[in-house]
Ligand binder design. Structure first.
Ligand SMILES: NC(=O)C1=CN([C@@H]2O[C@H](COP(=O)(O)OP(=O)(O)OC[C@H]3O[C@@H](n4cnc5c(N)ncnc54)[C@H](O)[C@@H]3O)[C@@H](O)[C@H]2O)C=CC1
Ligand SMILES: CC(=O)C(=O)O
Ligand SMILES: [Mg+2]
Length: 603
């Protein structure tokens, strides 16, 4: 099961650009200016003369044809000029200016946009994804120029089945859905949360090669409880309190029925739902539809891979995972998702029973250590509540510093959404950890919500730690010739592969086995050499390669569970007969890559 070494050995050529065949012609049902105004087909000045003739574009563009490479270079020049011209301005101003220039390209020419995104993913992910996407959501009403994706509101009840046919794309493979109730660590942003599904789907295109014509970002606007937004005249969503209870669920039910009626083979990713609805909807739909909750399940897989990497970084055998003392700060959808998956992994690895497995985890929420003495203990946190009679010296509601001092954990993992809760005192206390190489996962997003910064982690907890954060930080230069490596522990390393693998398998559900396979694949991706340097996750520059491997692992798990029904022309029998290598090649062949295809007009 946990055959890391085999994977590590087969993991040498990951920096190589994926070979992608030039796609065949692309059928377009419009002509003339309509094509120029459609970012899916627009090539700007890149239309060859013959194509201009065929499509009625002659005279609508300046006469010279500019190559894709020239257009690319021109965009990058503008981007670098903007970087130069905004030097010294506040971070927020610079980030939003960068987002705007990318967004304008996205709105105009998707092929060029995705090529620059793929080629410059390390620089551009922090703009289209965390942290800048958080700022974009916060300022969405002011930044709004053109709609992207679909908006279903509480006022659309009874209409969704027909509304879904308003979407112009014939086929949709991936839907990312939010209700805006818990956007990163920024809370309830109502309709402004649409930026998150857009950013996640950009990652799907960049990492998983999902065709951008087949993605659909969706906002389910059921109102907002954010008083500031409710009072804002420019707020673009419904100005009413959030629907609750059955009323809320009936809206989500209607959307799910509508989307799967039109596209029965689509995958729906739930994103940034507040905890109660995150768990409830996952339970409600996971056996009925092909869906998953990224914050619960994607995050868990990435965190688990990081926890296993930590064991390896300590120079221990993976079986030592059972002895790790792990303090989890944040008992929300993400924190509990991590704990549940870690317990499953422990049970599988060591056959240890769940009660024993759970004893190594310490869970804190905003009221401190969660124990069995907690009044109104949340049922989903209950399995991890400590019995103060058993764990001597730790009372109900003990503070983080008390817990760290008492437990001397191997790992401190934050999914609290609260910036700075790993204070100097807490980080210093971690120096007394029983582990020679303790790990700190400050996973909350965006950057200002990280439990601590990378600099503070290495400064206070020591240079020998392993560090990961949800949003990117620069590596830390110790000034002695050594560098503290910063990992990005973000679900972006798994959700694209989970979606892609599920899609290509044609499975009707996403099972725990498929999710475990994704996590194992990520855990096995790193070589021992990387791990020894404290590198737990691949560089984001390799995300497309990693995602192909994760997608193949998910697909193979679906085949093993006899759930794969096939995709397109490739049936279940062919999937079953593919070797591991053939599956990876099959996945890669199905990844879209941005090149200008010849456009052929059809009425
Ligand atoms: N790096 C990644 O891939 C991911 C990061 N996240 C981040 O995790 C954070 C939490 O997400 P969810 O679990 O969905 O939110 P949530 O709202 O469901 O849970 C937050 C939890 O943190 C606890 N908390 C609040 N203040 C605290 C404090 N001072 N000390 C200890 N605990 C405290 C709350 O009681 C609650 O249990 C967000 O910032 C989100 O951006 C979420 C998913 C993926
Ligand atoms: C990364 C992510 O999904 C979150 O912060 O919610
Ligand atoms: Mg999320």
């Amino acid at each position: 099961m946990w055959n890391l070494l085999r994977f590590a050995a087969s993991n040498v050529s990951r920096t190589r650009r994926l070979s992608t065949a030039i796609p065949g012609p692309c059928i377009v049902h419009k002509r003339g200016a309509d094509i120029l105004h459609d970012p899916w087909f627009n090539k700007d000045t890149g239309f060859p003369l013959t194509e201009r003739d065929r499509l009625g574009l002659r005279g609508l563009l300046p006469p010279r044809v500019i190559s894709f490479e020239q257009q690319y270079a021109r965009f990058m020049d503008s981007y670098h000029s903007l970087e130069k011209n905004t030097q010294g301005q506040p971070d927020k101003v610079v980030s939003l200016a960068k987002w705007r220039i990318l967004n304008r390209l996205h709105d105009r020419n998707e092929t060029l946009y995705y090529r620059v995104l793929i080629d410059n993913i390390k620089d551009f992910a922090p703009i289209i994804y965390t942290p800048t996407v958080g700022l974009v959501c916060q300022n969405y009403s002011g930044l709004f120029r053109r709609p992207r994706g679909m908006y279903f509101s509480a006022k659309d009840k009874g209409e969704m089945m027909s509304m879904i046919y308003n979407w112009p794309g014939q086929q949709v493979d991936m839907v990312v859905l939010t209700d805006g109730s818990r956007i990163l660590g920024l809370g309830d942003l109502g309709v402004q949360g649409i930026g998150i599904p857009i950013g996640k789907l950009d990652m799907y295109v960049a990492a998983a090669g999902i065709n951008p014509q087949r993605v659909l970002p969706v906002m389910l606007d059921v109102g907002t409880n954010n008083q500031k937004l409710l009072e804002d005249n420019l707020y673009l969503g419904l100005r009413q309190p959030r629907l609750e209870g059955e009323e809320y669920l009936s809206v989500v039910d209607e959307f799910m029925e509508a989307v799967f009626t039109r596209w029965p083979k689509a995958i729906v990713q739930f994103e940034d739902f507040q905890m109660k609805w995150a768990f409830e909807t996952l339970q409600r739909y996971r056996k009925r539809f092909c869906m998953f909750n990224d914050d619960i399940q994607g995050t868990a897989g990435v965190a688990l891979a990081g926890l296993l990497g930590t064991v390896r970084a300590q120079g221990r055998l993976l079986s030592n995972f059972v002895n790790q003392k792990i303090v989890v700060v944040g008992a929300g959808s993400a924190g509990l998702g991590v704990l549940n998956m870690a317990v499953q992994a422990l049970s599988r690895m060591g056959g240890s029973n769940e009660t024993v497995a759970k004893s190594q985890f310490f869970l804190l929420d905003k009221n401190g250590l969660v124990t069995t003495e907690r009044t109104a203990l949340d049922p989903s946190a209950a399995p991890f509540a400590k019995d103060p009679k058993v764990v001597e010296g730790l009372r109900e509601g003990a503070s983080l510093i008390e817990v760290v001092k008492k437990v001397k954990p191997d790992v401190l993992l934050g999914l609290s959404g609260v910036g700075g809760v790993f204070t100097e005192e807490v980080l210093k206390a971690l120096r007394q950890s029983d582990s020679a190489k303790p790990a700190i996962f400050a996973m909350s997003n965006p950057t200002m919500n990280a439990e601590c910064t990378a600099v503070d982690a290495f400064k206070h907890a020591g240079e020998n730690i392993v560090f990961a954060s949800g949003s990117p930080f620069e590596n830390v230069d110790f000034g002695n010739g050594k560098v503290g490596h910063v990992n990005q522990a973000n679900n972006m390393y798994l959700f694209p592969g989970i979606g892609l693998g599920a899609l290509l398998s044609g499975a009707r559900f996403i099972t725990d086995g498929m999710l475990q396979a994704a996590s194992e694949c990520l855990a096995s991706y790193m070589t021992d050499e990387d791990i020894q340097k404290g590198i737990l996750y691949p560089s984001i520059n390799n995300i497309r390669h990693l995602t192909a491997e994760v997608g193949a692992a998910v697909l193979r798990a679906a085949v093993a569970e006899e759930l794969a029904e096939g995709h397109g022309d490739v049936g279940p029998r062919e999937l079953m007969n593919m070797s591991e290598e053939e599956t990876v090649e099959y996945v890669k062949r199905n990844m879209w890559y941005p090149v200008y295809s010849p456009l052929v007009h059809e009425k």
